[in-house]
Design a protein around this ligand. Structure first.
Ligand SMILES: Nc1ncnc2c1ncn2[C@@H]1O[C@H](COP(=O)(O)OP(=O)(O)OP(=O)(O)O)[C@@H](O)[C@H]1O
Length: 316
């Protein structure tokens, strides 16, 4: 039994069957029973009401309802339990993939969204991922590091935001749709940034990440500049990235560039969390037929070859 067992206030007779039921419930993402995954925080019996406290290592608000229904159904089969009161929370570990790069003080995990090639939907994926994580109950920030086309301000409807610096050192972030946002586009005109050379870009971006007044964040999503050159490499080595997601489209040319992206992250020991295949398919609005205008299976073949998960395909 885990070290949390001091928080289990159940008789020995009841504890065994309750833990067996909880461990038979397998979390779909952890691929473990709730006890084996260390998710049981508290167990208490008040009359015939079981008070259950669960703690997950990832945010999962949209699963709460189904989890509580399923557990209640099984637990109330026991004679001693008539009802279940369940509280679910989550706590992320603070992880920097490169040990020599210190984590950001307010940020638990940093996810880099990268693509070898521009225009494949990296910013779209970054914004949607940020909003989806916020929808799961996480505190999320997004950093638009795409110096050659900072589109996050527009996508979040905060193009007019101008960061302030109350102490002359750190800059405020914008707040939109429940997430914090910082963009190189808030500081510079597009033409201005586009002529910067690589080292300048990498330096400015590292500064932007470190000198933003991020609120307490579970995830900071970074919309990386497209490509796999020096800028991307420097950023990956200076920013405490937890993992990277590669966005591609199914065309051969995009896939070839995406492979370079995977190689780059693997070379610097940053885990590639998976591949997202954007513009993967199209559903005809007339007849509902699904077609693959840019080719099919490119993302899945690449995922197989590089032993990384295919996280999903997005329609066009
Ligand atoms: N699945 C999709 N279906 C339709 N349009 C899309 C899709 N994904 C992205 N787009 C559009 O394609 C354009 C490029 O997308 P986005 O800015 O996300 O790409 P990017 O890879 O970040 O580009 P860049 O590297 O130039 O910044 C945008 O106008 C976006 O709205």
């Amino acid at each position: 039994m885990s070290s949390a067992s001091q928080n289990y206030r159940l008789s020995d007779d009841l504890l065994g069957p309750v833990l067996a039921i909880l461990d038979a419930y397998r979390d779909p993402y952890l691929a473990l029973g709730l006890v084996s995954a260390g998710c049981i925080r508290t167990l208490d019996l008040d009359g015939k009401c079981l008070r259950l406290g669960l703690i997950y290592p990832y945010p999962c608000l949209t699963q709460h309802h189904d989890t509580v229904i399923a557990l209640t159904k099984q637990l109330t089969l026991l004679d001693a339990i008539d009802e279940v009161e369940c509280e679910i929370d989550f706590k992320l570990a603070q992880i920097s993939a490169i040990p020599s790069v210190e984590p950001l003080p307010n940020v638990k995990q940093v996810i880099a969204i990268a693509s070898g090639k521009g225009g494949v939907g990296k910013s779209t994926t970054a914004v949607n991922l940020a909003l989806a994580l916020a929808g799961e109950g996480a505190q999320v920030g997004i950093l638009d590091a795409d110096i050659y086309g900072p589109s996050i301000p527009l996508m979040l409807g905060v193009s007019e935001f101008k960061p302030e610096s109350p102490d002359g050192k750190m800059m405020t972030a914008a707040k939109a749709h429940g997430i914090a946002a910082q963009s190189i586009g808030f500081m510079l005109g597009q033409e201005e940034a586009a002529v910067w050379r690589g080292p300048m870009v990498a330096g400015a971006l590292t500064q932007l990440i470190n000198e933003t007044l991020w609120p307490e964040l579970d995830y900071l999503i970074i919309d990386m500049p497209p490509g796999t050159g020096d800028i991307q490499l420097t950023l990956s080595q200076k920013v405490p990235v937890t993992g990277a997601i590669i966005v591609t489209t199914p065309q051969d040319i995009a896939l070839a560039d995406a492979k370079k992206g995977i190689n780059m992250f693997q070379k610097v020991n940053i885990p590639v969390l998976g591949i997202v295949e954007n513009m993967s398919f199209h559903i005809c609005s007339e007849c509902g037929h699904k077609e693959h205008p840019f080719g099919s299976h490119g993302g899945s073949k690449m995922a197989e070859r590089y032993h990384v998960p295919l996280l999903g395909g997005i329609a066009t």
